[in-house]
Design a protein around this ligand. Structure first.
Ligand code: 3EB
Length: 318
């Protein structure tokens, strides 16, 4: 059974417009960089993502038209309707990144299981120094390994119907921040025919990441972080314009798989490794989408050193 239209929507509200006019229908919020803390947000969960914003900053506001209730389960702060749950957890690395990652994921799984929203549709992950090698393993790979350990402990699927996701670097000194959307009903995972599924990557990329290329929940499409990867290899190494075009082509392939969605109705988050590449990335995006594309640009390290740009998106069915 599909979720009825309007049970979940996202708005990117420019900071300049101030806080959302009403809070009663807000499921959750993501803020970026140094966005002011919103005094009147009450018990709405706020994922504070510490990545520099390039250009105009926005509040990412998730809404639902049904009655909402907030709460906490372990260290997860959540808000839910009868259909969907938005949650976030922020942990410092007091005992190291693997321990923080495993704890975050165990608490996320426990929350969604206990409250009866077992289907994770979309998970966002932000961690500092993502490409730094520590104790002989890149921190992104440490994160992957620990995410996997928690998934196995909770008997979660590791292939097939897994959540859409992204994993990006945040400013040094930031906590690990995970936020997510879960639902009572299963979302549908979508893979990209141009790419090897991430959960089937060959071992050279480290522990296999359990995420899908996109997922559909009701009339919402979540497109995972999408980069210039064809098959399992990075292509256009060193060419940021071509990497941007390839990422958009990958997104178009996902739209073709998902059917009911269109490029010009997506809202994008664009992760830029090097600030200086912003104009090139922006012009490629505008060339494909027109200058009115809804996009938030963030400076963030990406989980392969040769990737210069990664693009995620969310859209509503046409
Ligand atoms: C890739 O396609 C690029 O580890 O959750 C994209 C989306 C990427 C999600 C994750 C990683 C993740 O492999 C990296």
């Amino acid at each position: 059974m599909a979720l009825a239209a309007g049970l979940l929507q996202v708005d990117y509200i420019p900071l300049a417009e101030g806080a959302p006019a009403r809070w009663d229908d807000v499921l959750g919020l993501a803020t970026f960089d140094s966005a002011p803390v919103l005094a009147d947000s009450g018990d709405v969960p706020v994922a504070k993502i510490l990545t520099p914003v390039l250009g105009n900053n926005v509040y990412e506001v998730w809404r639902s038209s049904k009655p909402l209730e907030s709460g906490r389960y372990s260290r997860v702060h959540y808000r839910r309707s009868e259909d969907v749950l938005f949650g976030c957890i922020s942990l410092t690395e007091d005992s190291g990144l693997p321990a923080a990652t495993e704890a975050a994921y165990r608490e996320v799984f426990a929350t969604v299981n206990e409250l009866g929203y077992p289907h994770l549709a979309r998970i966002w992950n932000y961690l500092p120094r993502i490409n730094v090698e520590a104790d002989g393993l890149e921190r992104y790979r440490q994160f992957n390994s620990a995410r996997r350990t928690a998934s196995i402990a909770y008997r979660r699927e590791l292939t097939g119907n897994v959540p859409a996701a992204c994993a990006l670097g945040s400013v040094t000194g930031s906590p690990l921040v995970v936020y997510f959307i879960a639902s009572r009903q299963a979302a549908t995972a979508i893979e990209n025919p141009r790419q090897v599924s991430a959960y089937d990557y060959p071992p050279q990329y480290g522990p296999k990441p359990a995420f899908s290329r996109a997922s559909v929940l009701g009339d919402i499409l979540f497109i995972s972080g999408t980069a210039s990867i064809v098959g399992h290899e990075t292509i256009h190494v060193g060419d940021v314009a071509a990497q941007t075009r390839e990422s958009l082509t990958n997104i178009e392939a996902l739209l073709a798989e998902a059917k009911r969605f269109s490029l010009d109705r997506l809202t994008f988050k664009v992760y830029v490794r090097n600030n200086a590449d912003l104009p090139v990335i922006q012009s490629q995006l505008h060339a494909r989408l027109g200058p009115r594309a809804h996009a938030l640009y963030l400076q963030a390290d990406i989980c392969r050193l040769d990737l210069l740009v990664e693009i995620e998106a969310v859209g509503r069915a046409v």
